[in-house]
Design a binder for this molecule. Sequence first.
Ligand code: 9MR
Length: 588
Amino acid sequence: MKRIALCFFTGAVVTTCLLYMTGCGTGSGGADRNSRSDSTGLFLINQAGYQPASVKMALLRFPATEFEVVDEETGKTVFSGKTGVPRYWSFSGDTVRAADFSALRKPGIYRLVTRQPAASSWPFSIGENVYGDIALASLRAFYYNRSGMEIAPEYGGKWARPAGHPDTAVIIHQSAASPSRPAGTVISSPGGWYDAGDYNKYVVNSGITTYTLLLFLQQYPEYCRELSLNIPESNNALPDVADELMYNLKWMLTMQDPADGGVYHKLTHKNFSGFVMPHQVTEPRYVVQKSTAAALNFAAVTAMAARVLKNYPGPETENLPEICLRAARKAMAWAREHPNVIYRQPADIQTGEYGDGNLEDEWFWAETELALTGEDPGTVNTGYIRDHEFRTPTWNRVDMLGLWSLVLSGHEAFPTAAGLARQKLMERADILFEKYSDSPYLVSLDHFEWGSNAEVANQALVKLIAMNISGDEKYLAAIQGDVDYLLGRNATGYCFATGFGSRSPVNIHHRPSAADGIPEPVPGFLAGGPNTQVMHDCGTLVKRSSFPARSYTDSECSYSTNEIAINWNAPFFYLMGAMDTMQQKAAR
Ligand code: 9MR
């Protein structure tokens, strides 16, 4: 446990905590701020802040009918308003009142206060750049999770660490044996990101993550050109987003068996390692069983990569688009010959399964991406689009990714499919919008599974893409609702991005953060968030709320609520980057 976790409950330590935690999100505050800090979570507020023109809503968890916004520097009241009607949220078991201060647009650092009873929120900013630093940090988090590379001090700062897991001698597991690579054969499969708080690398989860970053690069090329991550590749001609995602893409390519095009499901230790630094784990690594899910996911992402990276010719990408397209074709051919090889965890392997018994959505996604890459124009499955309900994407439900690709890049070649895709996407966005409109907490979220925060971020992306293709700005308030939720306006009162806001997770389930001896966790990671899917990951150490929206604990043991993962950070980065770029455009 990190000492800093107690900071919100003991006055003496609060100072240290606020100085660290508020550095990027909220700036400095007045001398007596600690006595007025909202350590009890009475006010739920976006702790990182609001852009000047945005909808600005906080929630009050106590019966105050009036509120004020006070300038932190001058102590003057700059806005006053009445709270909304009390509304009960069954997911959090509490009653909240909305405080709307959207009309306040002047940049500054503020607090919400009530006089009766006397209470004050955490400080927060209104400013143009409130999300820029978070976008950057959430992308830099991928760099920190690179396998097989030293995180050098000039890039990693105090989170520098030696390289771990070179993965140049990886063993073919019995389950992955083939004629040209019998069990025990040693292959090289270096690079890529660690999946999460563990040190393993899984193809399907890498796939959705890499796709999300590719889509961002495709959609926001100018923003990407400006975004400087301070990573080893920062001085080359490519946008850093491309460099970062290529670090994983190149690893993914090594997971394909060159002999037959099949793709290994994962590269892993036999068991989850202890909470030690990456270089201290030297147990053998294996590639395990080829699966159809991995082949299809791989085919989809490499096809998308071929399309997007073609726009970045130069020495860094070399023949990568062509290599990716060839790899996509081979993986697809393998999948057609092995259409339903479900991953089954071998008895001697205990790490994450990412098992998926339903591959319909993977087929749709892979075929769509290949078709969009000019592969086989006949294969966008319009019947699938017509017959299915499309939901928020997750690692095991990927058909929405095909819809996104179709609506964003399939107009000319596939007018019918793209038209249907648009209709389905708008339908889903409207369902999410309705849920937001009915929600006391002003979010679309109404189920709490493992990684619920990523569900929020991906719901925001559904609405964002719907807004971008339709031009209908009604979705913006609902997207802001998701941003606010993730950054503090949720039933736990945590800003879920490490290193941002006044109260954010410190004890994330992330081996390097736990073992590096640095009090602060690696910054820029989105914690998984509340859920009731797994309740006893901390044994009897922690008792979690039975209300799903509050069932979260900032404890290292809580892998189900407080782990971080690449597929959660990718939509979070996308969202923060998109918000930041919209603000930059508006300011021009
Ligand atoms: O995010 C995954 C979640 O949807 C599953 O319910 C859970 C159990 O299978 O696994 C989660 O993924 C974990 C993976 O298995 C191993 N690395 C850490 C991932 C995040 O917790």
